[in-house]
Design a protein around this ligand. Structure first.
Ligand code: EPU
Length: 418
């Protein structure tokens, strides 16, 4: 098993560039299935989830090759409408082929994704919306058999919660459906806006992406297109938290600071100097952060996927911070690992009480998901002695060159086999 070994103490310095967003490109890959022919997507990170989605596309009959951050996808005239369990289990985002395949072929068989460390993560909102559009579902031996024998039609869908995945699934289905679809209480995430922009280049008629109400008028067919993926705000935010944690001075380039407005403002509240410009931000960390409270919410609220990194940072704050997790029922497994490093953190229901300590001390910890592994690495950058984050493979799912980028900023960090 691979681990990340960190010897804490070095303040991060220099410049780091971010690549395209994982949570955008995975959706673009699925969206490409809507138009036969060759698509070109650039600014694509070399991460494990992109490789996994490539396997999903190949299973469906598409060709998919990534070279130098460019992805070339060849979509067949008649995709094979199935996503198998071994791939869906490894990556929840594969559930999005449901909307795309239903729209393209009128049928889809997709293994039902299970729960994970964040709680059960149901897909009822995806299914309810697609049913409103004329789809029917049958669960057979853990596989969802979907069909729309008369094709999908436009519908008014009201989402109980602005789910990112449900909004995307409905958008993918609606662009080729018959008539107009209105998605109310839609997610407003920048990655979703980027998906809509790509679909529009393919010829889709979409209005209102980035607001709570999205209007889509279905078209007969879509054309292949080229697209540059929006920068990854989570990669940028993670390096911002790392720089802040070490009292460093780092300029993050190729990013959109506006997409991180809430997260950067909370860092500033904690005493971090934050300077932003067109496509970059400069982060200068304090000697010791001040405590701040924050609550995760759908965009433009504080991103749940920045919660563990921010808690790692606040673990050494001067004072007590209260963190409220509103997006996931449970996202706290990493807290016990931070406490093993000397942090003083307690979860009670959706709330986390972070009593800042002066020092963390390095030890072996378990990075149980992408953001937990990133957060524990950030903690290790400030801890006394050596920290070993086991489960390094998780960071490869979402960060291209995580360890080399940290090392280039002066961190004493490496990948080791354990
Ligand atoms: N939910 C339901 N029913 C549904 C759909 C969602 O109850 O039908 C609940 C979920 O259980 C969860 C909440 O709604 O509690 C939010 O889920 P959402 O659908 O918005 O998230 P997602 O589409 O499954 C994406 C990202 C996640 C990110 C969330 C929230 C991708 C591939 N994943 O997941 O990213 O945490 O949005 O912003 O885009 C990560 O990158 O580390 C990651 C987990």
């Amino acid at each position: 098993m691979q681990a990340i070994r960190i010897v804490g103490g070095a303040p991060l310095q220099g410049t780091v560039a971010v690549l395209g967003a994982k949570n955008a490109v995975l959706k673009h890959m699925v969206a490409s299935l809507l138009a036969p022919g060759e698509h070109r997507i650039v600014n694509v990170p070399g991460i494990h989830d992109v490789a996994l989605m490539g396997q999903v596309l190949r299973h469906v009959g598409a060709e998919c090759e990534r070279r130098d951050n460019e992805l070339v996808i060849g979509v067949p005239d008649e995709p094979f409408p199935e996503a198998p369990l071994d791939l869906v289990r490894q990556m929840r985002a594969s559930i999005l082929v449901l909307g795309a395949l239903l729209a393209r072929t009128g049928t889809a068989r997709v293994a039902l994704p299970g729960g994970d460390d964040f709680g059960t993560r149901p897909i009822d909102l995806h299914l309810g919306g697609l049913e409103d559009m004329g789809a029917t579902f049958d669960l057979v031996h853990g596989v969802l058999h979907a069909s729309a024998p008369r094709g999908l039609h436009g519908a008014e869908v009201f989402l109980e919660f602005p789910s990112v995945g449900a909004t995307e699934n409905l958008l993918l289905a609606a662009v080729l459906a018959d008539g107009e679809t209105v998605i109310s209480n839609a997610a407003r995430e920048p990655e979703l806006v980027d998906l809509a922009a790509y679909l529009q280049k393919m010829g889709a008629k979409i209005d209102g992406a980035g607001t709570s109400t999205i209007h889509v008028v279905g078209v007969d067919h879509l054309e292949p297109a080229g697209h540059r993926v929006v920068p990854d705000r989570l990669e940028a935010g993670t390096y911002a938290a790392a720089a802040a944690m070490t009292g460093g001075d780092v300029t993050i380039t190729d990013c959109v600071p506006d997409h991180l407005r809430m997260e950067l403002s909370k860092l500033a509240d904690a005493g971090v100097s934050v300077e932003v410009g067109e496509g970059w931000c400069r982060i200068r960390g304090p000697e010791r952060p001040a405590a701040v409270d924050f609550a995760t919410l759908p965009y433009p609220g504080f991103h749940t996927d920045m919660h563990p990194q921010m808690v790692a940072f606040l673990s050494v704050a001067d004072g007590t911070s209260i963190v409220t997790e509103n997006v996931y029922a449970s996202r706290f497994r990493y807290l016990g690992e931070l406490n093993r490093m000397g942090a003083d953190i307690h979860a009670d229901g959706q709330h986390v009480v972070v009593r800042g300590v002066e020092r963390l001390s390095g030890c072996e910890v378990d990075g149980c998901d992408i953001r937990a592994a990133a957060a524990l690495t950030i903690a290790g950058l400030r801890a006394d002695g050596e920290t070993l984050v086991v489960g390094a493979g998780h960071v490869d799912r979402g960060y291209d060159g995580f360890v080399p980028k940290l090392a280039a900023m002066g961190a004493d960090v490496s990948r080791v086999e354990v």
